[in-house]
Design a binder for this molecule. Structure first.
Ligand code: F6R
Length: 242
């Protein structure tokens, strides 16, 4: 069953997401946590860092990030490796060997994607997956039209995603055209899923994902079928829900 939680503000949404993670870590200190990048998760990571300063330890958790741009080196400021270090990992006590992010610089992409899936399995599968929502309804970088049965793979980014993400780059032409992303099936196999959406620009995608038809044209709509998924929204993102 999909649950919808609406919070007053982005700050409240971020705090709620952090609390859910803390609760899951209390139940299972060696939690396997799936992580997202993008601007929505920043508040959540700030909150986790604050909680770490107050004593919360991440030393036993394992993480798997959803995606990485193809062709960006770890040291590139727009790479998701760089983002994760800067916004979370540098400030908590997670063990570097427990961090997993697809590698956008690999030569053999197919092999790397199979390996990523294998390592997730070996870790026992993802207990809790954090997601953001693309304004086109994407999850991870699974763009509209991606098959629900997909696993970790290379994907060509749509024009709308390139435009959305151009704000992080100097110019639009600098946004990579490809990314490696967990597939929809990979995401769906997580035992619990929390999707975060904040702001008016996500309101339309939220309606289509929770109220509309389940269709590959709106990748997040598949979460309606998940047994333990939560849409955690702020008021603006929920503004078009009836
Ligand atoms: C990032 C990711 C994407 C973003 C989504 C929302 O790892 O997988 O699906 O979560 O594009 O991005 P923001 O939060 O920047 O609006």
């Amino acid at each position: 069953m999909m649950k919808i939680i609406v919070k007053e503000s982005y700050e409240d949404l971020s705090k709620e997401a952090a609390k859910i993670i803390e609760r899951e870590m209390q139940k299972k200190p060696n939690l396997v946590l799936g992580l997202a990048t993008g601007s929505t998760s920043i508040g959540l990571y700030k909150e986790l860092i604050r909680m770490h300063k107050e004593g919360l330890s991440f030393s036993q958790i394992t993480t798997f990030n959803l995606d990485e741009y193809f062709g960006l080196d770890f040291s590139h400021p727009q790479s998701y490796h760089f983002y994760m270090q800067k916004n979370l990992f540098d400030h908590i006590d997670i063990k570097p060997r427990n961090i997993h992010i697809p590698d956008g610089m690999v030569k053999d992409v197919k092999k790397h994607c199979l390996e990523y899936e294998k390592v997730i399995k070996q870790a026992g599968g993802i207990d809790l997956q954090i997601l953001g929502l693309g304004s086109n309804g994407h999850i991870g970088f699974n763009e509209p039209g991606s098959p629900f049965a997909s696993r970790t793979h290379l994907i060509k980014l749509t024009e709308s995603t390139i435009e959305d993400n151009a704000r992080f780059f100097e110019k639009k032409e600098d946004v990579p055209s490809f990314a490696i992303t967990m597939g929809i099936q990979t995401i769906f196999e997580a035992r619990k899923i929390i999707l975060l959406a904040s702001g008016q620009s996500k309101a339309d995608a939220v309606v289509k994902s929770v109220g509309g038809q389940i269709t590959s044209q709106v990748p997040a709509s598949i979460l309606q079928k998940h047994s333990n998924s939560v849409f955690l929204l702020d008021k603006a993102a929920a503004s078009q829900l009836k």
